[in-house]
Design a protein around this ligand. Structure first.
Ligand SMILES: [Fe+2]
Length: 264
């Protein structure tokens, strides 16, 4: 956010329909096809249930109104078409109104494996299944309201809590590690790594720790935080998160577990 994007979102027509090209629909198909093969036994049950409810088309990019019918019914959420990059203020305003921003462009084949900017595949396939879950939906709504009211400096801290939950959160279940973070679930390499690799550190989530943990958006994560069930997000929503933000600001950040960007 705040920097330039190489992509431009497609505008919906007067009926709210976005006209995707055959190639864009094919890229969606190939991304969904690949990711569906990666997630069994790795994505959490709540995600799989959400995927069932959404019943996403494979051969074309879904229209936003199709998602809205399901999200509205399940949790009162909506998806909202936005430009490729939006200001933080707009991002939080949308979440505070139970509207999940979806940049309406899809990656090119050159960036098939990974791109830093969230495209429609990441937003829909990564996040929308969990938005059918009441705990996840409630947490995201609370987060939006806090972020909308926060100062720019507080928002930088809040962003870390979002990163280690909504984007890169893991569950520690009786069956083993499962994924609920959309940043992982839209990446085949990280889906495999987050569950099966012994390289990353995995710690039980404490909100204060997450607020103090630096991250980089352009690498596979060296540290993840786990909760025991998606329902724990209800408990985190009830905490005085802004008091924890102020505490985190006083204590400062943990040492990064990754090299500085320039040296990488
Ligand atoms: Fe995301």
């Amino acid at each position: 956010m705040g920097k330039e994007s190489n992509y431009v979102s497609k505008q919906p027509d007067a009926e709210g329909i976005i006209h995707w090209t055959d190639e864009e629909n094919q890229v969606w198909h190939d991304l969904v096809d690949r990711q569906l093969k990666c997630i069994p036994g790795k994505a959490c049950d709540e995600y799989m249930k959400g995927l069932d409810l959404l019943d996403l088309p494979k051969d074309r990019i879904p229209q936003l109104h199709e998602l809205n019918e399901v999200l509205e019914r399940e949790t009162g959420w909506q998806v909202a078409a936005v430009p490729a990059l939006i200001p933080f203020d707009e991002f939080f305003r949308l979440l505070a109104n139970k509207q999940f921003p979806v940049a309406t462009f899809i990656r090119t084949r050159e960036e098939f494996d990974y791109l830093q900017e969230p495209d429609i595949f990441h937003e829909i396939f990564g996040h929308c299944p969990l938005l059918t879950n009441p705990a996840f939906a409630h947490f995201t709504h609370q987060y939006g309201k806090l972020g909308y009211a926060a100062t720019p400096k507080e928002r930088v801290y809040l962003a870390r809590l979002y990163w280690f939950t909504v984007e890169f959160g893991l569950l520690q279940t009786d069956e083993g590690i499962r994924i609920y973070g959309g940043g992982i679930l839209s990446s085949p390499a990280e889906t495999e790594y987050a569950v099966n690799s012994d390289k990353p550190e995995r710690h039980p989530l404490k909100a204060l720790d997450a607020l103090r943990t630096p991250y980089r958006i352009d690498i596979i994560q060296p540290v993840y935080y786990t909760i025991n069930s998606v329902d724990e997000l209800f408990e985190i929503s009830d905490m005085d998160i802004m008091a924890l933000v102020r505490e985190a600001m006083e204590l400062g950040l943990f040492e990064p577990k990754f090299p500085p960007k320039d040296a990488a």
